[in-house]
Design a protein around this ligand. Structure first.
Ligand code: NAD
Ligand code: TYD
Length: 359
């Protein structure tokens, strides 16, 4: 994958990370992006309104499980490279309804691989050499780390805990199987928790910002001691372009921002940012809204990524620290209620908020 490809099929481009990827790739001027998305509850074309009418961007409404349609889109679009992000992505939803995760993440990835293989085989020699299938995965496939020690490297064993992470682990194995068995040129990346603009407000950071602005409780699972390793989504989008264009075929790359924080620290930092920007009445702090709720079953204690391989081989580095990225994110939610308020006003299931009592 040494040449910058012309036409990239991005699956899941209407989601949180996918929309950042579409904006980034089109913004470089080096790619024509075809965004293939089923538009589940998590897919939102308003996240891409900046790209509407751009000649280097097209949307195709399709399900990755529909192999024939995907095959047709690949052929008609003369696709030279695939970046696969489409997935069910919320752990709490996977606990309440695991089968949708098996369908989209496992069956969907295998269906997409089948279509990609047919397409790759149909290409001329030069195009076949340039083709690549980049599978976007998560650090959650590696499972639970102790609080005190250890980091995930590319060699860490797979040990997923939730139906979500198990389905992503299975999809990673299918991607490798298509490489080993059929020779499909693949590359994988496993990233830590992302945050930033256009993040669906069922995930911790956007949920806490939106609830705080609406004077609602800020639900912290258990004692808030669980640790996640946070990465600003635009830094991830740049990393994904690097993996797609410079990653070695058959390899995987861990991506992370060396920004471990307990959930409680994340929530407290958001409260401090909001106290400074949008003070509450009568001098109260947003901290008063923190509410401890029943823990998530099978809640992994800690994730931590060692991104040395991506840094050394791809020359990638995050541009944001957690503090600068979080401040940008809070500012974005303050300024872009047009995007997240309509989503909040629709009913969406899956958050544990409201389903659980205070501990
Ligand atoms: P998201 O839930 O915001 O978006 C997923 C998108 O995929 C949506 O637009 C949805 O409509 C689409 N989709 C779902 N099922 C589909 C199907 N069957 N066919 C076509 N489209 C379908 O997810 P996200 O947070 O942007 O995550 C994107 C990818 O990155 C996922 O594969 C996820 O596992 C991975 N990832 C996410 C994070 C994170 O912190 N969000 C971290 C590491 C890896
Ligand atoms: P989340 O944003 O759902 O991402 P993931 O489960 O993929 O890591 O959750 C991030 C962390 O925040 C996780 O440890 C669970 C916790 N959490 C809460 O404490 N309260 C909440 O309301 C949510 C949604 C998550």
């Amino acid at each position: 994958m040494r040449h910058a490809p012309q036409t990239v099929l991005v699956t899941g481009g209407a989601g949180f990370i996918g929309s950042a990827v579409c904006r980034h790739l089109v913004g470089t001027g080096n790619y024509r992006v075809i965004n293939l998305d089923k538009l589940t509850y998590a897919g939102n074309l308003t996240s891409l309104r900046d790209l509407e009418g751009n000649p280097n961007y097209a949307f195709r409404h399709a399900d990755i499980c529909d192999t024939d349609t995907v095959r047709r889109i690949l052929a008609d679009g003369k696709v030279e490279l695939i970046m696969h992000l489409a997935a069910e992505s919320h752990v709490d939803r996977s606990i309440d309804g695991p089968m949708a995760f098996v369908t989209s993440n496992v069956v969907g990835t295998a269906s997409l691989l089948s279509a990609a293989l047919d397409h790759w085989r149909s290409l001329g020699e030069e195009a076949r050499k340039r083709f690549g299938f980049h599978h976007v995965s998560t650090d959650e496939v590696f499972g639970d780390l102790a609080f005190e020690s250890g980091v995930f490297t590319e060699e860490s064993p797979y040990k997923p805990s939730s139906p979500y992470s198990a389905s992503k682990a299975a999809s990673d194995h299918f991607v490798r199987a298509w490489h080993e068995t059929y020779g499909l040129p693949v590359v994988l990346s496993n990233c830590s928790n992302n945050y930033g603009p256009y993040h669906f407000p069922e995930k911790l950071i956007p949920l806490v910002i939106a609830n705080a602005l609406d004077e609602q409780p800020l639900p912290v699972y258990g004692k808030g001691a669980n640790i996640r390793d946070w990465l600003f989504v635009e830094d991830h989008a740049r990393a994904l372009e690097a993996v797609m264009t410079r990653g070695r075929i058959g390899e995987s790359y861990n991506i992370g921002g060396r920004s471990e924080r307990t959930n409680l620290v994340v929530v407290e930092t958001i409260c401090a940012l909001l106290d400074a920007r949008r003070p509450r009445a009568r001098g109260r702090s947003h901290l008063d809204l923190i509410t401890y709720v029943t823990d998530r079953p099978g809640h992994d204690r800690r994730y931590a990524i060692d991104p040395t391989k991506s840094e050394q081989e791809l020359g990638w580095r995050p541009l944001e620290t957690f503090e600068t990225g979080l401040a940008k994110t809070v500012d974005w939610y303050l300024e872009n209620g047009w995007w997240w308020r309509p989503i909040r006003e629709q009913r969406f299931d899956g958050s544990r908020q409201g389903l659980v009592g205070a501990t």
